[in-house]
Design a binder for this molecule. Structure first.
Ligand code: NDP
Length: 329
């Protein structure tokens, strides 16, 4: 039987167990996929701890790549033998094989290997919607400054490169000098080590006192308040994660006090609600990866059986770029 990483209760990485799972035939709208690699994402941590609660027992993992083994009734965009990749709900990609909805699964271009496919779908589609679909009210033009937190992480390094390709002046924050260097080498116009420097003061300096049009904040509790200080009037705060913990309740009045700011909390899963949108976003991602504008950097690989260690390292801020799980077979 195929192996998968499952939790029976919310909690620490020690709850993650490698178990045998039965994988049947796909039903209508589903496929069966044999994974060649799976991707690690911070959302897997939120699901493991119960911050984003899902029914238990729970097979973890939202991102993977592999070979389609069988397709259910009504699935026309994939066929057995296709190379495929996805970011998808419900979780279950930390597995050798699974049955899953076909809607968010796309064919992987020949030039993109399975590990890269597994590393880049959830993170790359996130960078796509953040930079290409979510817009400040005054628009975003080449030359504009934006602030992107955790710029040396999985989503971060993709966003640095994509923002540069779009002509944006991305100011990246990261938690060490080495991570700042990495973000800079991947296209951040400016970097700030927010473990040492007051990032709001530095943003003011860099932008000549004006502030940025957009703050992309996946760190949450530790960065939210100061992030608002970085925005210019009518600027947009895009919250999309909580690596340091959730942002406490917000008084909308302070958005007025700080310059009629806009605040949004985004999730990829609204953007990829349809197959058509998923394909269109994936095509853009494949284009920038295919022509080298965005390189997918895999800095960590773990055997599937060591997924718990990968979670420990991610939570301890020891990782950079993307992380993939290799399959036992
Ligand atoms: P990363 O590789 O970016 O890892 C998270 C990074 O957050 C760390 O490396 C660390 O970088 C930073 N961080 C800051 N404070 C903490 C803390 N207290 N504990 C742990 N990490 C901290 O992860 P991903 O690329 O997988 O995801 C990035 C973020 O984007 C996550 O918050 C994730 O949930 C979110 N996300 C949201 C999506 C959405 O649609 N809403 C979709 C995809 C991702 P440093 O040391 O440099 O501070």
């Amino acid at each position: 039987m195929p192996k998968a990483i499952r939790i029976d209760a919310y909690g620490g990485p020690e709850n993650m167990q490698l178990v045998d799972v039965a994988v049947g035939d796909p039903g209508p709208g589903e496929i069966r996929i044999r994974h060649q690699a799976a991707g690690l994402n911070f959302i897997d941590v939120y699901q493991r701890t119960g911050l984003y609660p899902l029914p238990l027992p729970l097979n973890l993992g939202m991102e993977g790549a592999g070979i389609v083994e069988a397709v259910g009734e009504g699935v026309t965009h994939l066929k057995p033998g296709d190379r495929a990749a996805y970011a998808s709900n419900p979780p279950g990609s930390y597995s050798e094989a699974r049955v899953m909805p076909a809607k968010n699964v796309v064919r992987l271009p020949d030039g993109i290997d399975f590990e890269t496919g597994a590393a880049m779908m959830l993170k790359g589609l996130t960078a796509q919607y953040l930079l290409r679909r979510v817009k400040p009210v005054e628009g975003l033009e080449p030359g504009d400054h934006v602030l992107f937190h955790a710029a040396a992480g999985g989503v971060g390094l993709i966003a640095c490169q994509w923002a540069k390709a779009l002509g944006l002046q991305l100011i990246g924050t990261a938690g060490s000098a080495a991570k700042c260097e990495l973000a800079k080498a991947h296209g951040a116009a400016h970097v700030i080590d927010y473990s040492k420097e007051d990032f709001a003061a530095r943003v003011k300096e860099i932008t000549g006192g004006k502030g940025v049009k957009v703050v992309y904040d996946s760190v949450g509790k530790d960065t939210f308040d100061k992030g608002l200080e970085c925005l210019r009037p009518f600027g947009l705060m895009v919250c999309f994660g909580n690596a340091s913990g959730p942002v406490p309740p917000v008084n909308p009045g302070m958005l007025a006090a700080k310059g009629s700011l806009y605040l949004t909390r985004q999730t990829l899963f609204t953007h990829i609600a349809t197959r058509e949108a998923t394909q269109q976003m994936a095509d853009e991602l494949f284009a920038v990866v295919g022509d080298g504008r965005v390189k997918i950097r895999i800095d960590q690989r773990y055997p599937l059986a060591e997924a718990a260690q990968a979670h420990r390292d991610l939570e301890a801020r020891k990782t950079t770029g993307c992380t993939v799980f290799t399959m036992p077979g």
